[in-house]
Design a protein around this ligand. Structure first.
Ligand code: MG
Length: 408
């Protein structure tokens, strides 16, 4: 069976007013620029391997930025992080080298700072590559083209109709582009892009229609405008819902929101059974579409036996933070026949606020009984419901362009 790979270049760094910024790690709405690239390629269903070139020493940072992507075990196994070299050409070569043991038949090489690539462009490039061996998307030049003298005066009025702008992804038969890169590494020349290397050593590069929206992030406005699109708001909110029920048994402590409540019975459970915290964790994970408490903290894992649910909550909070979200507010209902929750409510809110790193005023916890109906009404079980509102972390909107340290 033929296998295909994507190589995304994100090994360069950019500067803005002396500060190092990685465009690929900035947020576009609810995902990073880099993750948006990955998800668009994945949506085509064509690719088995995702290789990302990153700055030397940057693996843990890249993993943090792609925490949500890597939560999927399939992604985790098929995403390779490869440290880049001092220039783009060397970084791509490192990426191809890392891919070579997997023997893909095709590789599409894409700039990590082009998050607006669409699946149709990817498909056109892929098909062109299958057919011709090498293929890249191009767009007509909009502005008239002039060649200048060194003093800035116009030397030549060029007929732009014979020229195009080239974009990525650029697709190649893997063995050919790998061979071409190895040869290019020894000839002392620094090439403009991968099509030039292929053209020099292998042969002609086919072109297909590109997409003007598939531009490269160059200005802060590119990010800012993208975040304004779709609602006119820079920040994006998401809502999550969680529910849990535990049986109540003797010889167990009744934990609600991290507070031990005096009661003849407590929750049965693999962990401490804190039903409210479990509902809250599901609400948080649900808000960012990132699985549920069972997928992150499986009951089959002995590490979670009798663990305080507060530790699980703290882990869930750090996950949503690393994915670029913060909690705006939380509203919860605990359904319990007895004892009454009211005397503990303030302490519960304070405890939850500590773990959620927000103010108690952002948390509401309400108590209900089941009017002696059902298992909860018969004091055999306890239920909790939680709704959480999250907000994406804002991005800068300053009027400055990026200066690429490594030409991408
Ligand atoms: Mg539970």
């Amino acid at each position: 069976m033929e296998r295909h790979a994507v190589l995304i270049t994100a090994a360069g760094s950019s500067t803005r007013m002396g500060n190092s910024v990685k465009k690929e790690y900035l947020f576009l709405g609810n995902t990073s620029v880099l993750e948006q690239c990955l998800r668009t390629f994945e949506s085509t269903g064509l690719f088995d391997w995702f290789v990302i070139t990153i700055p030397p020493g940057g693996v843990s940072k890249a993993r943090q930025v792609l925490a949500l992507w890597l939560q999927d075990p399939g992604h985790h196994q098929h995403t390779l992080f490869v440290e880049g070299a001092s220039n783009r050409q060397g970084s791509v070569r490192n990426g191809l080298q890392a891919l070579s043991p997997y023997e893909p038949s095709t590789v599409l090489i894409h700039d990590g700072a082009r998050p607006w690539v669409n699946p149709q462009t990817i498909l056109r490039v892929f098909e062109g590559t299958q057919k011709y061996g090498a293929c890249a998307p191009v767009v007509p030049l909009v502005d008239s083209l002039k060649r200048l003298h060194p003093d800035g005066t116009i030397a030549e009025h060029v007929d732009r109709s014979a020229f195009v702008g080239i974009q990525t992804p650029q697709g190649f038969r893997f063995p050919e582009i790998y061979e071409a890169h190895l040869l290019a590494a020894t000839d002392g020349k620094e090439y403009l892009d991968d099509t030039e290397i292929y053209h020099r050593y292998i042969g002609n590069v086919h072109t297909v229609e590109g997409d003007r929206a598939n531009r490269k992030i160059t200005y802060w406005e590119d990010i800012h405008m993208a975040n304004q699109a779709g609602g006119g708001k820079q920040r994006i909110n998401r809502i999550g819902f969680g529910y849990d029920l535990h049986r109540l048994v003797e010889q167990r402590t009744l934990w609600v929101g991290g507070v031990a409540i005096p009661s003849p019975k407590g929750e049965e459970g693999h962990s401490d059974g804190d039903v409210l915290i479990h509902a809250i964790i599901d609400a948080l994970l649900g808000a960012i579409s990132c699985g549920d408490i069972g997928s992150h903290f499986p009951p089959s894992d002995p590490a979670y036996k009798d663990i305080s649910s507060r530790i699980l909550l703290q882990k869930a909070v750090s996950l949503i933070q690393s994915a670029g979200w913060k909690v705006i507010n939380l509203d919860c209902t605990v359904v319990l026949e007895t004892p009454k929750l009211l005397p503990y409510r303030e302490k519960i809110c304070q405890t939850l606020a500590t773990d959620l790193q927000i103010s108690p005023s952002q948390i509401s916890v309400k108590g209900k009984t089941k009017e002696k109906q059902d298992a909860v009404g018969k004091q055999e079980a306890i239920e909790a419901y939680a709704v959480a509102l999250l907000e994406s972390v804002g991005v800068p909107s300053l009027n400055h362009s990026f200066t690429d340290q490594q030409k991408e």
